[in-house]
Design a protein around this ligand. Structure first.
Ligand code: FES
Ligand code: FES
Length: 165
């Protein structure tokens, strides 16, 4: 038995037929071929599977695909612009060496995006708190925090200043 669902991912609408017990992360990776989103623990511990769903960073191993029907989802593939220019968050991870094996990185970036949307000028401590659901086995986290700070500075420079017309 399958159910028909519609997922809008990175701005593109997809019609899928999925079994009711299929996890969103598997629909994204296996049905749609968007393998930037990783699967780690499948038990809501590691954050490797984090995507943005209707404005919130969610662990896509904790959501059934049918529960995501009619939602708008952004994955790591949607961060760069259409010319392939890095998003400031990607640029930050690149410049500050915010990754080693890279397995946690897509989830880290999507969570970082939510952190910066809610708080464009976070302290290191606030970044660490925001990332606490995302585990990294490689970096020791400091470079990830620096990467998010780099992105915050870049996004702050790009944002219109108050008083600008
Ligand atoms: S794979 Fe989803 S939290 Fe680990
Ligand atoms: S870079 Fe390897 S798990 Fe984070």
């Amino acid at each position: 038995m399958t159910e028909d669902i519609t997922l809008t991912i990175n701005g593109t609408e997809h019609e899928l037929s999925v079994p009711p017990n299929k996890l969103l992360v598997h629909a994204i990776r296996d049905d749609l071929g968007l393998t930037g989103t990783n699967v780690g623990c499948e038990t809501s511990q590691c954050g490797a599977c984090t995507v943005n769903m209707d404005g919130d960073a969610v662990k896509s191993c904790t959501v059934l695909a049918v529960q995501a029907d009619d939602t708008e989802i952004n994955t790591v593939e949607g961060l760069a612009d259409e010319d392939g220019e890095f998003h400031p968050i990607q640029e930050g991870f690149h410049r500050e060496h915010g990754l080693q094996c890279g397995y946690c990185t897509p989830g880290m970036m999507i969570t970082a995006q939510e952190i910066l949307e809610e708080n464009p000028d976070p302290t290191d401590e606030e970044i660490r708190e925001g990332l606490e659901g995302n585990l990294c086995r490689c970096t020791g986290y400091q470079n990830i925090v620096s990467a998010v700070q780099h992105a915050a500075e870049e996004l702050g420079r790009a944002a219109p200043q108050s008083g600008d017309d």
